[in-house]
Design a protein around this ligand. Structure first.
Ligand code: 13P
Length: 251
């Protein structure tokens, strides 16, 4: 059975006090019987404290927004997967388009980051998605298949079960333009079929595939009702407790 997951990617927002305040604010509003897995992805400065706060809460976990491709040593400013795991995080987000575009992260580098993450017992929320040009020129299926296959399809079947996919069309991120539920479902179905071709039906059916890109309380339930959409990776709306909890409750 695949899990429904709603993950909040705080990006580079919220100082120590603001972050912990928002975390408590969301936790107070979450229903105890909540069946959806809730994930917070704050910046590195929050990982340890946020993990401690969430440790005893059912179905709530912490993710890092990135990890280094290196294991240790003279890499000033970098944070390794081992360090992130030692803070208590369950996941690391890899391949977000903001890292692909602003930090020139390519499929091969991401493949190596995925390997480091898994070796250190972190599960991976792996992002993929096309630009507006790619959507308009109709090459997006091939592009997404390439992103997934080049970074993930060297994994063993057992390791692949530690992967969550997030489809985030770049043109929908932070723009207020959401993919329609049909557009999103089309790609999610395609991603699941691509996984099935490589790993078989059982693994494809148990992989959670999240949608990200201007997902908010007014469009979440329609998106989440699609058969291959298992939740969301939320940016802007994860910074507001009411909005984020409303999205969590949208299944
Ligand atoms: P927005 O929800 O702000 O569009 O951001 C989506 C995103 O990039 C989540 O990783």
């Amino acid at each position: 059975m695949r899990k429904n997951i709603v993950a909040g990617n705080w990006k580079m927002n919220l100082d120590r006090n603001q972050g912990i305040f928002l975390l408590h604010d969301v936790l107070e509003r979450l229903s105890v019987s909540n069946k959806t897995e809730v994930v917070f992805a704050p910046s590195f400065i929050h990982l340890y404290k946020a993990s401690k706060i969430c440790k005893s809460i059912n179905n709530v976990f912490i993710a890092s927004q990135d990890c280094s491709v290196n294991t240790k040593g003279a890499f000033t400013g970098e944070v390794s997967a081992e360090m992130i795991a030692s803070c208590g995080a369950k996941y690391v987000i890899l391949g977000h388009s903001e890292r692909r575009v602003n930090f020139n992260e390519k499929n091969d580098l991401l493949r190596r980051k995925v390997d480091h993450a898994l070796v250190n017992n972190l599960e991976v929320i792996f992002c993929c998605g096309e630009s507006l040009d790619q959507r308009e020129s109709g090459v997006y299926f091939e592009w997404i298949k390439k992103q997934i296959s080049e970074s993930l399809f060297g994994l063993s079947a057992v390791d692949f079960t530690k992967i969550v996919i997030a489809y985030e069309p770049v043109w929908a991120i932070g723009t207020g333009v959401t993919a329609s539920s049909n557009q999103a479902q089309e790609i999610h179905g395609f991603i699941r079929k691509t996984i099935e071709e490589r790993y078989g039906r059982k693994i494809a059916q148990s992989t959670s595939i999240l949608y990200g890109g201007s997902c908010n309380p007014s469009n979440a339930s329609e998106l989440f009702s699609q058969k291959d959409i298992d939740g969301g990776l939320i940016g802007g709306s994860s910074l507001n407790a009411d909005d984020f909890v409303s999205i969590v409750n949208s299944f």
